[in-house]
Design a protein. Structure first.
Length: 40
């Protein structure tokens, strides 16, 4: 959609950055949970 010009590129990039940040938070939390489980 972005490539075909059907979306605002600046907004698409901001949304992508938000998705990436959310994914990083999720992965950090998952790693912490798994580490805590191993230590119990």
């Amino acid at each position: 959609m972005v490539r075909k010009g059907g979306a605002n590129i600046a907004e698409a990039l901001k949304l992508l950055a938000l998705f990436e940040a959310t994914q990083n938070i999720f992965e950090d939390d998952l790693e912490r949970i798994l580490r805590e489980e191993r230590n119990c």
